[in-house]
Design a protein around this ligand. Structure first.
Ligand code: ZN
Length: 241
């Protein structure tokens, strides 16, 4: 993985100007207290995760962020022809490629569910251009998946593709559901990104108007179309990236 390995937690530095060592000798005493690189993004730490569970739970903080959903299409058809191991290895490859693209652009993986990934940009590592970073991560995922597709022998495997939806704007964090670790982003941005992903064809990236407006420089000839998204009363304009 080409990920730049930060020496200190980028999230803690951004939010508290606290240098929390993640790697090397300086990190050893911190590790004794359970402070280590986060699984959401190895350039952030477990204190950052606590910002989700404690601070966010108490205050339901609202932030400007970008939400990206990516989901693997067509792999269930493989279950007739391929072994469970082959399918699970394909899913692992998908998660690895998503993680590496998202982390390289300073996003975090908030959740993985079934065959999908929910990523977030601009928290805890802040970047004013988070919509552009999410778009670049999405393109990297699609590009890498196309490369992987060329190496797969079976036609059915090559039909497995990724659909991606992205939206940005104000969203809240909180603790939901019954599990204490079930911390996630909520709000219209999350729903719209999920629905856009649902509307995306295999190999496609669909962006909302808000995302398009904030990443226009990257999209010189993007095509827009109105979609009737599930659960929305009016049509939603989405841009193919
Ligand atoms: Zn941290």
């Amino acid at each position: 993985m080409a990920l730049h390995q930060a020496k200190i937690c980028m999230g803690c530095w951004e939010h508290m100007h606290l240098p929390v060592p993640l790697r090397g000798v300086a990190s050893v005493p911190f590790r004794a207290f359970g402070i280590r690189p986060s699984r959401m993004n190895p350039n952030t730490c477990t204190i950052c995760e606590m910002m989700f569970t404690k601070v966010m739970k108490a205050r339901h903080v609202t932030i400007d962020a970008t939400v990206l959903f990516a989901d693997l299409r067509g792999y269930t058809n493989l279950s007739q022809s391929r072994s469970a191991e082959a399918i699970s290895s394909l899913l692992d490859t998908f998660y690895d490629e998503c993680a590496s693209a998202i982390w390289e652009h300073d996003g975090i993986i908030n959740k993985t569910m079934g065959d999908g990934v929910l990523a977030m940009f601009n928290f805890p590592i802040s970047h004013a251009d988070h919509p552009v970073r999410a778009l670049q991560a999405a393109r990297q995922i699609q590009g890498r998946w196309r490369e992987i597709g060329h190496t797969l022998s079976e036609t059915a495997e090559r039909d497995v593709g990724v659909g991606i939806g992205i939206d940005c704007g104000q969203l809240s964090f909180g603790e939901f559901g019954h599990s204490h670790t079930d911390i996630t982003a909520i709000g219209t941005v999350v729903n719209t990104a999920a629905r856009a992903q649902g509307a995306a064809l295999s190999g496609q990236i669909l962006l909302t108007e808000a995302l398009y407006e904030r990443s226009r420089s990257e999209l010189p000839d993007s095509q827009a179309r109105d979609y009737q998204l599930k659960g929305f009363e009016t049509t939603t304009r989405l841009y193919a990236a």
